[in-house]
Design a protein around this ligand. Structure first.
Ligand code: ADE
Length: 418
């Protein structure tokens, strides 16, 4: 079996991590048990470009139990858990091409390795697999029946391809399922971003000035959790609506230029380019910490930071210290890459349970319906989304009320007023 990982001898530790995560993913476990019996993915070759974590491992194992052959590469050069990658290869015979800290060339070579498998389905987190296929491996397209996308940034890229008439096959937006974005983006990113910052810096958040750029679902999760730890949280936005929401949720809203002089920590979660740039670097106070929780390392203009700095050194595991004019020091976490996955372990298993249940069931859905689907971005079917919510509640031993026939009738009527 072909694979490229850091060190196969790490498999023992990785296997324990995979089992620990699996124990906190009850919905995925139920799917896995059904897949074991029914083999709904029999014969399907799945190429996955996802963060190589213990939760992703459980998804890969589920797909394999369902009869698929799976090939996995990383969706970010810094997010791979090398011990998990080793265990997937050694204990589960799943080919993995990912090494934490790989350079850009190896990152893309690993994507090419997954494409070499002759895949029929793409499972992406950020759309690098689809875009590489489209730009450099078009000969593989006739073989592909469909795919799915995990994250907001990937969906933005796919919708742009769809708009240009370039979407090569049907894709499901796992990101837009209610059981994904309302939990993974909000509570997952909220907790794991704080976790990454704390593991990297060991800083006290209570009393700190904490700035969150972007008040989408990820930004609001981060802001809420930072506030919970006692930080004074400021939000920056470009959307008047989201800015209003942030104010009414109890946060200060400012422009980033206004927020910089007092900011202790800045986190970007916008999905856009150069959100923190030269006009901000020069306004920051000595000791300010910059980090990013968006998918790509483009939100902080690192090239300019490098250019205007007189010196740079690695001061802790994932912290680079930049020395600016006059000796001012600015700290950048994880080279501007996803702080939650580079400095911590990504979202907790409990939320990835629902995200990856959506992935597994979307894969089954596309296999069953490929012939009737068009080259469009589809939402996860509502029945799947609702079933995942129902199973998750069940796993939490929580029952909910049901509408009485009288209530149902009332909700379907228009003639009953005061
Ligand atoms: N994205 C964010 N957190 C993740 C995790 N734990 N595993 C896989 N992908 C993720």
């Amino acid at each position: 079996m072909d694979y490229e990982i850091k060190d196969i001898s790490l498999a023992g530790e990785g296997k324990l991590k995979i089992e620990w995560a699996g124990g906190r993913m009850p919905v995925l476990r139920l799917i896995r048990e059904r897949f074991q019996k029914e083999k709904p993915l029999k014969g399907l070759k799945v190429g996955a470009c996802l963060h190589v974590t213990s939760e992703t491992a459980n998804l890969m194992i589920t797909l394999k139990e369902g009869g698929a052959s799976v090939y996995l590469c990383a969706s970010n050069p810094l997010s791979t858990q090398d011990d998990v990658a080793a265990s997937l290869v050694k204990d589960y015979e799943i080919p993995v091409f990912a090494i934490k800290g790989e350079d850009r060339d190896s990152y893309y070579q690993h994507i090419q390795k997954v494409l070499d498998s002759g895949l029929q389905y793409t499972m992406d987190d950020g759309a690098d697999l689809v875009s590489t296929l489209h730009s450099s491996r078009r000969e593989l397209l006739p073989n592909i029946i469909g795919g799915s996308e995990e994250t907001t940034t990937g969906i933005i890229r796919l919708r742009a391809m769809e708009k240009d008439g370039k979407l090569p096959y049907p894709l499901i937006s796992v990101n837009d399922a209610n059981t994904k974005y309302l939990f993974d983006n909000r509570y997952g990113t909220g907790q794991s971003t704080i976790d990454g910052i704390l593991r990297a810096t060991n800083k006290l958040l209570a009393g700190s000035n904490f700035v969150v750029c972007g008040y989408g679902w990820c930004g609001r999760g981060i802001a809420t959790r930072a506030k919970g730890l006692g930080a004074r949280v400021t939000v920056t936005e470009v959307s008047p609506l989201k800015a209003l929401e942030a104010i009414m949720d109890g946060f200060e809203v400012k422009t980033l230029v206004e927020a910089c002089p007092t900011a202790d920590i800045i986190v970007t979660a916008t999905g856009d380019l150069h959100v923190v740039r030269e006009e901000h670097f020069i306004k920051l106070k000595d000791g300010a910490i910059l980090s990013n929780s968006g998918h790509f390392n483009v939100e902080i203009d690192i090239d300019t930071l490098e250019k205007i700095s007189n010196g740079k050194r690695r001061i802790r595991g994932f912290i680079d210290e930049y020395i600016l004019e006059g000796g001012k020091k600015i700290y950048l976490l994880a080279e501007g890459r996803l702080v939650n996955l580079a400095c911590a372990e990504g979202h907790p298993s409990e939320v990835m349970d629902m995200s990856f249940a959506n992935q597994a069931l979307s894969c089954e859905y596309i296999k069953d319906n490929a012939k009737t689907l068009k080259n469009k971005v589809y939402n996860v079917p509502t029945v799947i989304d609702e079933e995942i919510a129902r199973l998750k509640l069940e796993s939490m031993n929580t029952s909910i009320d049901v509408l009485t026939p009288e209530q149902k009738k009332y909700l379907a009527s228009w003639d009953m007023g005061t």
